[in-house]
Structures are given as structure tokens and as C-alpha cells.
Design a protein around this ligand. Structure first.
Ligand code: CO
Length: 134
């Protein structure tokens, strides 16, 4: 059911410092910062030949990534995103197995303008999983 790895998202406290690390130290192309107030983050995309890394900095007072940074002051892997061909079919199949879909359970428009859902980390080996319509 799951297809390509779309991205790995890493929460960071300081987006400018993390951008410099990926651009200057690791030699990757890093996009301009994109504020996404509806998701409580500012994001940059690190473009790799086979996938993307998203660096997430908390934006606003009640950012879920802000709570993550409180627990992980050095930052860390926040979620991984797999592509699926049909997000509604994927969601319904997962719910039928008892997996928990976060929020309302309805797909929301994610960072790339495509529908996404998030799956509870306790159901997926301790990792927050995002599914994105391919
Ligand atoms: Co994501």
C-alpha cells in the first residue's frame, strides 16, 4: 500500500542554523523558509536526489512542533511521510485494523498542497507517520 518515501521531517529549534548546516556543511540545496501558520511551523525543504528532508521550526504559541522541541531540545526526527495512491482507501484500510488517525480523520492539505493524514506513533513503532496522496 505505501509507496515512495516522500520526506523525513526533522524538528529544529533554529531554522537558520539548521539551514546553514545542511547547505554549508552537508552541501545540499535548501529552499527558502515557508511559514505555514495553519500547521504551526516554518519549513524549509532539503532537496536530495531520491527524497526530501523537511526542517521544521515551531511557529506560534501552540505549535505541536514546539511541544516536540520542549521534549527534545536538540531537535530530532519528527515524522516520516510515505506516499499512497489513494489516501481515503489507505485511511479506511488502516482504521479497519484499529490504527488511529490523528485529528478529525479527514485528510488535510499538507505542506505540498496534497491531502495528508497522520497516524498515531504508538501504532507505528513509536514513529509519527504521515501519508500523502501521491
Ligand atoms: Co510532513
Amino acid at each position: 500500500m505505501i509507496g515512495r518515501l516522500n520526506h523525513v521531517a526533522i524538528a529544529v529549534k533554529d531554522l537558520a542554523a539548521a539551514t546553514a548546516l545542511y547547505r554549508d556543511t552537508l552541501g545540499a540545496y535548501v529552499s527558502q523558509p515557508l511559514p505555514q501558520p495553519e500547521h504551526g511551523v516554518t519549513v524549509v525543504f532539503v532537496e536530495l536526489p531520491n527524497t526530501k528532508i523537511e526542517l521544521l521550526e515551531p511557529l506560534g504559541a501552540d505549535s505541536p512542533v514546539g511541544k516536540f522541541i520542549e521534549r527534545n531540545p536538540d531537535g530530532g526526527i519528527h515524522h516520516i511521510c510515505y506516499e499512497v495512491d489513494d489516501i481515503i482507501a489507505a485511511r479506511d484500510r488502516l482504521k479497519a485494523t484499529g490504527a488511529r488517525v490523528l485529528g478529525t480523520g479527514e485528510p488535510r492539505i499538507g505542506a505540498h498542497g496534497k491531502p495528508v493524514i497522520f497516524l498515531h506513533p504508538k501504532d507505528f513503532t513509536g514513529t509519527l507517520v504521515e501519508l500523502e496522496q501521491a
